[in-house]
Write a protein that binds this ligand. Structure first.
Ligand code: PRP
Ligand code: GUN
Length: 186
């Protein structure tokens, strides 16, 4: 990336609106961990992180889930480093066999929900006994892939803005931002 583009990346961070601080996000993740523990601690689940965005939330959740589980990842993407969605592309399918076992899919954001809906359907088709979903962020608007599409465990609600931080990117950058930020004007 050339310098002017890197300047754009820096400016996006400095001009963004902070929607949730690091402390608020950490509190939300702890609440999710408690609810997930109540629901799944006796079920020996397989937990799949949806790469790339699920990386940070999954890492922080896992150390608060102190019961037997197996953790792995899958990689499905719809946005490909841009700010609008395309068709879902499977880059890495799940690599742990979850036949007749409960599955928990962990992702950063439920926006229109096409990504999550396709992953959940795939897990049902492949023989999971139950399929649960956890997202750090639910984006509030009326463009969901299905009107009834909600995740089982949700950390925070946001308005209809394009956000980054805590695993979510702006043009491939700022997944490392320590809070939830909305891009100015988006
Ligand atoms: O609800 P939707 O409208 O389907 O969007 C949500 C998905 O979009 C992002 O992934 P993206 O495809 O950008 O890949 P990434 O995880 O590598 O950022 C995010 O991590 C979710 O998986
Ligand atoms: N980074 C990021 N990825 C998304 N994928 C779907 N919605 C969003 C969003 O608001 N931000």
């Amino acid at each position: 990336m050339t310098m002017p583009e890197l300047n754009e990346i820096k400016n996006v961070f400095y001009e963004a609106d902070l929607l949730f601080t690091q402390q608020q996000v950490e509190d939300a993740i702890s609440h999710m961990a408690k609810d997930i523990t109540d629901a799944l601690s006796q079920l020996n689940p397989v937990v799949f992180s949806v790469m790339n965005g699920g990386l940070v939330i999954t890492g922080q959740l896992l150390t608060q889930l102190t019961f037997p589980l197996q953790a792995s990842y899958l990689h499905a993407t719809r946005y490909r480093n841009s700010t609008s969605g395309h068709t879902l592309e499977w880059k890495v399918p799940p690599m742990i066999d979850f036949q007749n076992r409960p599955v928990l899919i962990v992702d950063d954001i439920l926006d229109e929900g096409h990504t999550l809906a396709e992953i959940l359907e795939y897990c049902h088709e492949q023989g999971a006994s139950q399929v649960y979903s956890a997202v750090l962020i639910n984006k509030q608007h009326d463009r969901k892939a299905r009107p009834d599409l909600v995740a089982d465990f949700v950390g925070l609600q946001i308005p209809d803005r394009y956000i980054f931080g805590y695993g979510m990117d702006y043009k491939g950058y700022w997944r490392n931002a320590p809070g939830i930020y909305a891009v100015k004007g988006l």
